[in-house]
Design a protein around this ligand. Structure first.
Ligand SMILES: Cc1ncc(COP(=O)(O)O)c(C=O)c1O
Length: 359
């Protein structure tokens, strides 16, 4: 097992000659092992690990300068939206939030100041799929293209192979896999970009600790096994929801009816365990009843752990977005989001069925 180097500083041979590590903000052997591991999984060359997914995103945005513009998905993790709008906008960076179900809206916004395209795919919570290859072609050499690969993980999708420049992870989710650590990672292929990434990581200092790096390394050992089961369980639950009389829309990229299902099929190995659905009649009380009565699904923020979680975006993750705004992107009052875990799927189906019976 990779040792946990609970070490801040390292013995040097002589002045200016160290043995590979000098100070743990700059580099730590446990963190380096994790960085190399995730870089390999993403078919990249260089990894950088941070104290959270948000710190990793911060590390990308700091590559920009006042006057630069960013084009990003309009369906975005709330924390990413918040750092863009309330932190980086005040340093003179401009953000355009557009629909990325096609490339038209991106083309309209690209101009000489565009320096970064930032996407999530699948998105949170309506699991929209963005065509990574098509956007990489649009971005070309002059615009950085970053993909938040948290939902898919490198087991299902490797954006660098499809032309992205940067892959970002909230390793808090599937990579860690056990809801016991908060950590973020960036991976790049290009050496010049890597130098910039490490310069900012070291200068800003938002690194993860060695124990957390160890926990994510341990989680990754079972990533492929967990992801397989998340996908199997996800499929069964999506099909159950499609057939249930109380359910209106089901958002899961594996359904043929899903917008961009074909794109998902082309760029993902399978479709994962994240599912959202709305209820017929769109009654908030009905949704709250379902969320309240489940016994195996646990009501909680976050996702990607081995245990199944359930959430109500309108009152939880997306509560800060005005009702009219969130309704436009499908985040209606009755929307429920599931992070399907790896438990026995019959138990999960039974749990949902009995919760539906209470409405
Ligand atoms: C898609 C996505 N990106 C980024 C983040 C932020 O990561 P962290 O919570 O590790 O800072 C999250 C957290 O929920 C997320 O779901």
């Amino acid at each position: 097992m990779t040792p946990i180097y609970q070490t801040s500083t390292y013995v040097q041979n002589e002045v200016g000659v160290h043995k590979g590590f000098a100070y743990s903000r700059t580099g730590n052997p446990t963190r380096s092992a994790l960085e190399a591991n995730v870089a390999a999984l993403e078919n990249g060359e260089f990894g950088a690990a941070y104290g959270s997914g948000m710190a990793a995103i911060d590390g990308v945005l700091k590559m920009l300068k006042p006057g630069d513009e960013v084009i990003t998905t309009n369906d975005l993790y709330g924390g990413t939206y918040r750092i863009f709008k309330t932190i980086f906008e005040q340093y003179g960076i401009k953000f355009h939030f557009v629909s990325m179900s096609g490339t038209e809206a991106i083309k309209e916004k690209i101009n000489a100041n565009t320096k970064l395209i930032w996407v999530e795919t699948p998105t949170n919570p309506t699991m929209q799929i963005v065509d990574i290859k098509a956007i990489a072609e649009l971005a070309g050499k002059d615009i950085l293209f970053a993909v938040d690969n948290t939902f898919a993980t490198p087991y299902l999708q490797t954006p660098l192979d499809l032309g992205a420049d940067i892959v970002m992870h909230s390793a808090t989710k599937y990579l860690g896999g056990h809801s016991d650590v908060v950590l973020g990672i960036l991976v790049v292929k290009d050496e010049v970009l890597a130098k910039e990434m490490y310069r900012i990581q070291n200068s800003s200092g938002a690194i993860c600790g060695p124990m957390d790096a160890f926990l994510v390394l341990r989680g990754i050992k079972t990533l492929h096994l967990r992801m397989k089961q998340h996908c199997i369980n996800g499929k069964e639950i999506a099909q159950f929801l499609v057939g249930h009389p109380a359910v209106d829309k089901v958002y899961w990229p594996g359904l043929e009816s899903h917008t961009n299902h074909e794109v998902a099929k082309g760029q993902m190995k399978d479709f994962g365990g994240m599912i959202s659905f709305s209820l017929l009649g769109d009654n908030k009380e009905d949704a709250l009843n379902v969320v309240k009565h489940v016994k195996i699904f646990t009501l909680a923020e976050s996702l990607g752990g081995v245990e199944s979680l359930i959430g109500h975006p309108a009152t939880m993750t997306h509560a800060a977005i005005p009702r009219e705004e969130r309704q436009k992107t499908g985040v209606v009052d009755s929307l429920i989001r599931l992070s399907v875990g790896i438990e026995d799927v019959d138990d999960l189906l039974e749990d949902l069925a009995q919760a539906f019976d209470t409405i």
